[in-house]
Design a protein. Sequence first.
Length: 247
Amino acid sequence: MPDFSLTPHPPLPPAGEGAQKILILGGTAEGAALARRLAAHTQVITSFAGRVRDLPALPGQVRVGGFGGAEGLEEFLRQERITRVYDATHPFAARISAHARQACARLGLPLERIRREDWQRRPGDRWFWAEDMKMAARMAPTLGRRILLTVGRNSLAPFARHGGPHYVARLVDPPTARLGFPWLEILLGRGPFRLQEELALLRRFRIDLLVSKASGGKATEAKLTAARMLGIPVLLVRRPSLDAKGR
């Protein structure tokens, strides 16, 4: 059985002059917006990694699951006769972005990266930086005792190895295995969250440190504004380099 699903679609007509078939590597609000815009006038497939169960309703076709590395993606692009690829994955999805660059280069396909704008530091912000999640996990206990983690389900494990603080993790889906935290509360919810919601959460749990990936974009910026308003420091994990290589 394949490790992905693809919504049924009618057979494609023969590729002709000007025929377009777009693959969007999605998983972000930007990718969903792009699919809605392009599907009105061309064929679109939006691909999701499959880590989140509750996927948005999108026009066109929706594919869920891995490709099997750069070679698998290359084969998919060839079989589906894709003419252009948009990489609208999360800024921290370095592996699939690297695979997309490799596959598109081999086939000579145009590839466009949809990159979110970086968050800009404002007066009153107290930001600290970590180069990766392991470094953030080491730094967090030195900066706070009641820590809100907004780093995603797959990035929690390093923090469990540095017990002591009381952690609150906000996730879209619940963990699938025990994480080993001495103290952990889990909140389930899908953003974007409004400023008043973020303020209420930080106050309710008496948070004294916010940990986040520096993913950028307006949709998730409210938590930074709330932290600034309450004088709470923020520990940000830098984005991986665009030159990061997938394996």
